[in-house]
Design a protein around this ligand. Structure first.
Ligand SMILES: Cc1ncc(COP(=O)(O)O)c(C=O)c1O
Length: 473
């Protein structure tokens, strides 16, 4: 079989890291190697461009391509690589990827990042970099990216927003800082979901004198509770598509009730649509903002779930009434987001790759979720109850007869399984208990079984001990 670009890439990378090829050594030209291996020139070119991108090779123009003369490989790296048998190397190292991601919630499939396309678009973006783009990036974001996002949101999330309303930002913390400065700088009352996004509640508790909570049930936020107890709130944060963490969807009557409240009393709603792209049936849930005819919703989106958290690129869609005030604030506090990432993303969206990528990821996640659900049912039939929701990137394995999710999560962490204990996402006493499990990086049914099997005996022992102690008390 003819080698693909990955095999060529892997072989040369291995040769370099093992010291078989030394810094400064020449590698064959694209033409020669392609003819030697009987593959298309494009295949070798792609392998070379990844190795150049990673700094293993440098291209010396007409003089050919060489191993980067400045490459320094620590003796330890070389030694440890020498001990391991050669193996096919994925674009990102498999072992590292898994270590970083085992069952961790809220991260995309790291093995499915479209690295090759990204690399090609990066090269294009750098090549076409006029001097005007080498200066401070635009305050509100790179215009073609704002256009592409507005277009995407129109088509996929049902939002009728204009590019002027889209602001490119640097992730959740940045969004929170901007929104709080804009809308809660004078000590206004702020409400958050209970349970709610772990990081969100910590930021708000740190920033505000008091944070008010509204419970979530199977239909999402309890809007009647909000009207009864916090009718005077100025700002509310919600995750309507897949509530974080319970993954329930805010029902249509409640959406209407929440929007009517905001309109009637001039309140602001922040819709955090962090993973709304991922739904596994045909029933797509449009964003809350798509029903927002009075423009009371500030919409938050992110590329952390669809692409990579490391891009640190997110966006806000601002109501028109807030634009002037936002710009005034931003002129003092902001300096724009890194331009190259925005440029690559703009091309990725406008050339249609983003839509294809999302489609692939939906299929992949639906399959991977199946692996984890089946493994949980097989290994822990008496311990967990799992309520399967339509979308999102995680599941919750509710503990049937125990409240020890914190101890259990610690135990699973000792096996490198980075689950999160549900009870820690609550602030009050009315808690539910379980493990929040990310499935996006579980590559096969066998891997799901092998991972979940790791802590099986100790889990049984911990929960049996716990229930014995409870019975004795
Ligand atoms: C509820 C929620 N909102 C927003 C985000 C996005 O955060 P960021 O864009 O900083 O990666 C996340 C990511 O984990 C999340 O879980």
């Amino acid at each position: 079989m003819k080698p693909g670009y990955r095999a060529i890439y892997a072989q040369y990378r291995e040769s370099i890291t093992q010291g078989l090829l030394k810094p400064g050594d020449k590698v064959p030209s694209v033409r020669v190697l392609a003819s030697e291996l009987g593959v298309a020139r494009k295949t070798v070119e792609t392998a070379w461009s990844i190795l150049v991108g990673e700094g293993f090779l440098v291209s010396d123009g007409a003089r050919g391509t060489r191993v980067n003369p400045e490459l320094v490989l620590s003796p330890a790296t070389r030694k440890s690589r020498e001990k391991t048998a050669p193996r096919p190397v994925a674009v990102c190292g498999d072992a590292e990827r898994k270590q970083a991601a085992f069952l961790r919630l809220g991260i995309p499939a790291l093995d499915a990042f479209p690295g090759k396309k990204w690399l090609l678009l990066s090269a294009k973006a750098v090549r076409a970099l006029p001097p005007s783009e080498m200066l401070t990036p635009p305050l509100m974001g790179y215009a073609p990216l704002r256009d592409a996002i507005a277009h995407y949101l129109n088509i996929s999330r049902g939002l009728a927003c204009a590019p002027e309303q889209v602001v490119i930002t640097g992730g959740y913390q940045h969004n929170m800082r901007l929104i709080l400065t804009l809308l809660a700088g004078g000590g206004q009352k702020v409400v958050f979901e209970e349970p709610g996004y772990f990081l969100g509640q910590r930021i708000l508790q740190h920033t505000l004198q008091q944070l008010h909570r509204v419970p979530v049930d199977n239909d999402g936020l309890d809007v009647n509770y909000l009207l009864r107890h916090h009718n005077d709130a100025h700002l509310i944060f919600v995750t309507p598509s897949h509530q974080s963490p319970l993954a329930v969807t805010l029902s249509l009557p409640r959406r209407q009730q929440l929007l009517a409240w905001a309109t009637q009393h001039n309140r602001w709603i922040v819709e955090d649509d962090y993973d709304g792209e991922f739904h596994y049936t045909r029933k797509v849930v449009p964003a809350l903002k798509s029903l927002d005819s009075d423009d009371r919703v500030i919409y938050m989106g992110t590329f952390s779930k669809t692409m990579l958290p490391a891009l640190r690129t997110s966006y806000l869609v601002l109501p028109r009434a807030l634009l002037a005030q936002f710009r005034q604030m931003a002129e003092l506090t902001e300096s724009g987001q890194p331009l190259l990432t925005q440029k690559i993303l703009a091309a990725f969206l406008s050339e249609g790759h983003f839509y294809k990528h999302l489609k692939r990821m939906r299929n992949l996640y639906s399959t991977r979720r199946g692996f984890v659900l089946a493994a949980l049912a097989q290994i822990y039939p008496q311990i967990f109850d799992v309520e399967v929701r339509n979308g999102g990137m995680h599941i919750i394995a509710f503990l049937r007869a125990s409240t020890q999710d914190v101890a259990l999560a610690q135990l699973w962490h000792r096996h490198q399984l980075q689950v999160s204990p549900l009870s820690e996402w609550y602030s009050g006493n009315a808690r539910r208990y379980g493990l929040i499990i990310g499935y996006t990086n579980v590559a096969s049914a066998e891997e799901a079984i092998a991972l979940l099997q790791r802590p099986a005996q100790e889990t049984q022992a911990l929960l049996t001990d716990g229930s014995r102690q409870a019975a004795e008390e």
